[in-house]
Structures are given as structure tokens and as C-alpha cells.
Write a protein that binds this ligand. Structure first.
Ligand SMILES: *Cc1c(COP(=O)(O)O)cnc(C)c1O
Length: 229
């Protein structure tokens, strides 16, 4: 299987049902990204700031770059000039920093709030209480340079399909509830990013409209370490 045919097959499956494909290109070389690009893919996601910045600099400027990994506040400034969606916002402090650098760059930066839906302890993300606290915070009203577009979540890493389904069901319910309670007037709150290579079919059944696929597009990742060129 080639990257080209992977992109074509996945897009044939996703486009008719209105699900956005984010091709997760972490650890993959520029040549692989170009192959996906030439097959028509324009949205790519990375989980490390340095890797994201280097790829942004080296690759075509009409690529929409998403950050899907944990973001430290002191690194916001590096991606603020160009990032198209930060999927991993997990604190008010981080949101304020994004707003600050978005303003400096005269931009509005789209963000997803990452929700901790898995049963594992190690995952980043807001729990329900923290999510409500963030949304009700007075600071939210003053932030003119960020736009909350929706929620993102990662299911429990398990072979148990029922558990994965429950994680996604829970996130969809939360998304619907938050939309009604806090974003009723905002049509732009419309993104529910859930589903990776191993579980995206279940995620779509449960209402995802954005999937983040790495190995399904590019093949298995052999190394976790990105080599800067
Ligand atoms: C790596 C990663 C993905 C893609 O993983 P695959 O299993 O290769 O599809 C999706 N989302 C996040 C947050 C990731 O870090």
C-alpha cells in the first residue's frame, strides 16, 4: 500500500459522510508528507512543537497544520504565527497564552479543548469539572483572539471495543451538552475530534466529525525520535 492510495481510500470513505481527515505525520519525513499532499491532502497534524515548526518552514504554505500533542505555555510563541488548529488545549493558563500570542500575530487561533475521557491516568486533558470551570471563568470573555471550535479526546488504549465505544459516547454527549449550554449562538463550535487509526470507525459511529490518522495513512512509525535536518 502506498501513501497515495491510502489517502485516496480514506478520503473516499470520509468525504461523503463529512468527516475531516487530519493526517498525523509525526516522525515521518517530508517526502511522505509531500506524497500525501500530492494526493490532495492538506490538513496535517504533529505532536511536537519543534517538529511542527521545522515542517511548516520546509513544506508548502497552503498546508493547514494542527498541533495534537501537549503544548507547554512557553512554546506557544513558536507556532502562533501559523498554526491553524490547536487540538490540545488543556488549561485556562494555556488558552490565555495562546490568546496573547494570537493577538501579537494579529490572528484568531482556533482551538479544541482536550477532554480526558480515557481511564488511564497518564493522559492529558480536562476532566468535566475543570472544563466547566474553564468555560465559566470570567477570563473567557476577554479573549478576542482565540476561538473554541470544539472538543478533542483520546479513547482508552485497550482492545475492549465496548470500552472504546463508551469513551466516545461520553465525549459526544459532553460535546452536545457543552454546545447547548455555552455555544448555542456560535455555529463555529462544530468540531468533535475523536478517533485514531485503531478506533476511528467506532468514533465515527459515535458522532466524530474529525479523525486523526497516522499509521493508517503513513504506515507504522518505526522510531519515536524526530531527526532535525
Ligand atoms: C499519534 C497520534 C495520533 C495518530 O495515531 P495513529 O494510531 O498512528 O493513527 C492521533 N492523535 C494523537 C493525539 C496522536 O498523538
Amino acid at each position: 500500500m502506498s501513501i497515495t492510495s491510502n489517502i485516496q481510500d480514506i478520503q473516499k470513505e470520509l468525504q461523503p459522510i463529512g468527516v475531516t481527515l487530519v493526517a498525523i505525520s509525526k516522525t515521518k519525513p517530508n517526502e511522505d508528507i509531500i506524497e500525501a499532499y500530492n494526493a490532495g491532502q492538506r490538513i496535517f497534524g504533529e505532536n511536537m512543537v519543534q517538529e511542527l515548526v521545522e515542517k511548516y518552514e520546509q513544506l508548502p504554505k497552503d498546508i493547514e497544520w494542527h498541533l495534537v500533542g501537549h503544548l507547554q505555555t512557553n512554546k506557544v510563541k513558536y507556532i502562533a504565527p501559523f498554526v491553524s488548529l490547536i487540538q490540545s488545549v488543556d488549561s485556562l493558563k494555556l488558552l490565555k497564552e495562546i490568546n496573547k500570542y494570537a493577538e501579537k500575530n494579529k490572528r484568531i487561533i482556533d482551538c479544541l479543548l482536550q477532554i480526558d475521557i480515557s481511564l488511564e491516568e497518564t493522559k492529558f486533558g480536562l476532566d468535566h469539572v475543570e472544563l466547566i470551570e474553564l468555560l465559566e471563568s470570567e477570563d473567557m470573555f476577554g479573549m478576542q483572539n482565540i476561538r473554541i471550535r470544539g472538543l478533542m479526546g483520546i479513547a482508552t488504549n485497550t482492545d475492549n471495543q465496548k470500552e472504546i465505544k463508551e469513551d466516545f459516547y461520553e465525549l459526544k454527549m459532553l460535546f452536545d451538552g457543552i454546545k447547548v449550554s455555552y455555544f448555542r449562538q456560535q455555529e463555529s463550535f462544530d468540531m468533535l475530534s475523536m478517533g485514531m487509526s485503531s478506533d476511528y470507525t467506532i468514533a465515527i459511529e459515535q458522532g466524530s466529525n474529525m479523525v486523526r490518522l497516522g499509521s493508517t495513512v503513513f504506515g507504522q512509525r518505526v522510531t519515536k525520535h524526530f531527526k532535525a535536518k
